[in-house]
Design a protein. Sequence first.
Lengths: 173, 278
Amino acid sequence: MQVRWLLPAGIGATLVVQVAHAAQYMSVEQAQRAAFAQATQFAPVAVAIDAAAFGVQPGWKPLVWRALKDGETIGWFFEDAVIGKSELITYALALDAAGKVTSVEILDYRESHGGEVRLAAWRNQFKDKTPADAVALDRDIRNISGATLSCRHLTQGVHRLLQLYAHVLAAKP
Amino acid sequence: MNSVRRARPWLGTLVDIRVDAMDEACAVRAIDAAFAEIATVHRLMSFHEAGSDLARLRHARTGECLRVNARTHEVLDWSLRIAQACDGAFDPCVATMQVALGVLPVPESSFVPDARASWRDIELLDGERVRLRRPLWIDLGGIAKGYAVDRAIEVLRAHGVAQACVNAGGDLRVCGPNPECADVRSADGVVFPAIELVDGALATSASSGAQHLYGRTREAVTAGITVSVAAPTCIVADALTKVVLAAGESVRTMLCVFDAYAWMHDSRHGWQSLRLAA
């Protein structure tokens, strides 16, 4: 290991370590291919959302695609965004045909005031969460109290999309 | 060849992995494998998850030998080594107090933990077995994230990656010949390069309220302090941030023992080095 401290000692009473920069990770198309390598088509799905029923601001409009292989639904793909501490996080959620989470990928991370110095954190995960877990939202959120704000908001975002799947999409032919 | 970068939510934060100078398909495969390893560490060492090794230990009888995953055993081993080196300023058993303070939620357990229990009551045996001499709850939140970062770097290397960075919300490790820079920023958003790192790890922790407890007394450490530690591995860097937060300048010798460097920041003194890098 080699390490060099570049600031003079005593400097920077107001400086804090920046732990995350704005970053672009994947395009929607890249994330779709990564989530469903065998898909032959991603068909956009128009969804009508009752904002109040989902506990979100009016205007919440995640993008939804049906992943198809030779005309058969093999899963669902969502693009949505959440606000972290001050940053906008665009992310993609993939569900298999039964509504089970297969991947959560960050697409884009934009911040206005630098990163968050994280607290002791060790919490939630997304894999294998199904809409039935949504009733456990309160417990989950409490359980990730040590998690960073962006991680908590992302968890809430995933839960919202699982609700959307359960109440709107699962019944679609 | 460009860098390939992915981020996924794990370990209670957004984990960012970047691989440089590698064919894209190979880099993606390496990154997927590294995330799978991080997920495994997460599941094994989560304080809450029912199937985690820590949850299983909360259902073990006092004195019972319980077999845990080799990774959990390794992290416990590091925890005890560090707890011993700082005479308990860092203690993975402060969880009981953190639950009492509401920092951690009440976990499921078949016993009431003994408030006097400490790291000295955790016994590591051959064959990846653990024995608790007193009823106690273990939280590896202060160290397992760094371990997950180290494991991810090892997986990337095993996939032939030469230059990479794994960053779990500020606990990061870089491998390869090229230096990485960690920045600091001022309140008005100006960014300055602060730490240049080659083949090493950097972790940062800030104290606020009861999030960090002094292991020996179970009292909250002084709020408003930020500590950054550079070390060869992220598990050491991660754990030592907690030691420095708890014990301050008295840790200089320990930093040398673990080949680590530390910088402490508060609003009155700005950044101070606890052990100068060459």
